[in-house]
Ligand binder design. Structure first.
Ligand code: FMN
Length: 247
């Protein structure tokens, strides 16, 4: 049988139970209508309960609104106000702003799947983990969605400096070295450069929208990697809090 997701599996189990109970339909004269109806309701209830159970404890995937590509200051004005800011108002970013931010960072801007930031050999090895007060997600550029990683507020784990908890969103740049194999000896440098250009996209987006951001290397990477349940080939390179300016 092809690999099934939780819901399909539970629907399948529900269907089997239903068929088991309703099978005697062929001998309709033998069974009362009451037995068939209760069997059907029982199967429906099992399907529903199992479907509910499959969501318990898992944050759902979030579909982002389409990014708005014509908002904000032009690039020269954004360059003129680009700066690092370490104070944030704490106000949440709207889903629209988050979509715009992530698209500016490393969204797909061409029909061949290439991105708003370049990457060496077009490896696209950087995953952006989006850490919020509600939980952690991975940006899925192809589907313009946030895929859940874990529930709960782990913003305090994303940096060793005091201001770290105050930003509503922290983008954690994680390089997947399984996509860099076969590269030259200076792959390490290109991985860093690939993250650097994403970070600059975020700086320019923030400058253009009047948001605050700072790129950070002061991270306890081992602890954060454990928190994010990273595989050994996934390495945290930098992270970048983003939020509304204070005042
Ligand atoms: C690779 C890199 C790592 C950085 N790490 C930190 C950091 O851990 N904490 C921090 O507050 N700022 C960090 N910064 C921001 C710099 O301190 C900042 O860019 C510098 O002071 C110049 O200020 P400006 O960005 O406003 O021009 C980092 C910048 C870069 C490029």
């Amino acid at each position: 049988m092809a690999k099934m997701g939780h819901i399909e599996k539970y629907n399948y189990i529900g269907l089997c139970v239903f068929l088991k109970i309703a099978n005697p339909m062929q001998e309709l004269h033998m069974k009362s209508r009451f037995q068939l109806v209760t069997g059907f309701l029982f199967a429906l209830a099992i399907t529903f309960l199992f479907s509910l159970g499959s969501f318990a404890g898992e944050p759902a995937s979030i579909k982002l609104p389409d990014p708005q590509k014509n908002a904000g200051k032009p690039v020269m004005a954004a360059l003129n106000s680009r700066m690092s800011s370490r104070t944030f108002s704490g106000e949440k970013l709207s889903l629209q702003t988050l979509s715009n931010l992530l698209w500016a960072a490393f969204g797909i801007n061409r029909s061949d799947g290439k991105r708003t930031a370049p990457s060496a050999f077009n490896r696209q090895e950087t995953d952006i983990f989006v850490v919020t007060a509600d939980g952690v997600y991975i940006y899925d550029a192809k589907n313009n969605a946030l895929d859940p990683v874990l529930k709960g507020d782990v913003r305090a784990m994303t940096g060793t400096q005091g201001y770290v908890k105050s930003a509503p969103v922290i983008l954690v740049y994680v390089a997947d070295y399984s996509k860099v194999q076969g590269g030259s000896a200076d792959s390490q440098l290109t991985v860093g450069a690939d993250v650097g250009v994403i970070a600059e996209n975020v700086y320019l987006f923030c400058a253009s929208q009047g948001l605050a951001t700072v790129v950070r290397g002061a991270i306890d990477k081992d602890e954060l990697a454990k928190t994010l349940k990273l595989r050994p080939e996934q390495k945290i390179i930098l992270d970048q809090p983003v939020g509304h300016r204070l005042g």
